[in-house]
Write a protein that binds this ligand. Structure first.
Ligand SMILES: [Zn+2]
Length: 263
């Protein structure tokens, strides 16, 4: 099966980058300004003649010609305060993945806001408890703890079983998916830039294309419509980053921190 999933994070104003989600320059590179996010959606709406679908339709095996999904990571307060309203003005729904240990802290959504999103028809999932820097380096016990506890807390907040999740930091491994499946997760989003989906122990694993602060509107539209050129560009960038991550390990994270601190 193939599906096009886009990965966004927060939507903020230029002079208040830390108002939603994780603080700092690194996180800010994934935060779009309100007008930019609106332009992205307008550009996407122009080139697609289908609506974003729910991942539950894919899990249920509903036959959809062009499965297109919108996802939002971290659980920053802008999900409730800005993003949902813009999506709804297009008649669209999103998947919002919550970092559970940050619920109710400054710049992240509260229990009430998460419930409100769900009541409006959006899909809520886990983005782990602690947002490990390198999820695929966690032990089996740590992975189970991250998935089980986050699913339990979110299920209690929503009053229904949570069964979707996304992996923090893009550190996917089969073990991460196996632990997710163990915790009852039926669909797991990675950050691998691919449309190809696969199953790990009955859990549907989907890749995603990441939209950044500097991503132009036409690239967002190209990715949403399945255009090959922006897909390949992200794949090349991802693979070179992956080699560096594998070779460098912790060094990659230090370099990234250094780079963003220098900017
Ligand atoms: Zn994240």
């Amino acid at each position: 099966m193939r599906a096009i999933s886009l990965l966004y994070h927060d939507v903020v104003s230029k002079d208040n980058l830390d108002s939603s989600g994780f603080p700092g320059r690194d996180a800010a590179s994934y935060k779009l300004e309100f007008s930019q996010f609106e332009r992205h959606l307008k550009a996407i709406a122009k080139v697609i003649n289908y609506k974003p679908v729910s991942v539950f339709d894919l899990v249920r095996g509903v036959n959809i010609q062009f499965p297109f999904l919108l996802t939002f990571d971290d659980g920053g307060s802008s999900a409730h305060n800005l993003i949902a309203d813009i999506l709804e003005s297009f008649g669209w729904y999103g998947h919002f993945f919550i970092t559970v240990n940050y619920i109710g802290t400054s710049s992240f959504m509260s229990n009430y806001q998460i419930r409100a999103l769900k009541e409006k028809g959006h899909i809520i999932g886990s983005h782990s408890c602690s947002h490990p820097m390198r999820m695929s380096f966690c032990s089996w016990e740590e992975l189970l703890e991250e998935w089980n506890t986050s699913v339990k807390i979110l299920s209690n907040i929503l009053g229904e079983q949570v069964s979707v999740a996304s992996i923090p930091g893009g550190y996917y491994s089969k073990k991460v998916a196996e632990a997710a499946s163990f915790a009852g997760i039926k669909a797991l989003f990675s950050s691998e830039p691919t449309t190809r989906c696969h199953y790990v122990n009955g859990c549907l694993v989907l890749g995603r294309y990441t939209l950044r602060r500097e991503t132009p509107d036409n690239i967002a539209a190209g990715l949403a419509s399945g255009s090959l050129s922006p897909q390949l560009k992200q794949l090349l960038f991802w693979n070179s980053k992956k080699i560096f991550k594998t070779l460098g390990g912790g060094f990659y994270l230090k370099m990234r921190k250094f780079f963003f601190e220098q900017k």
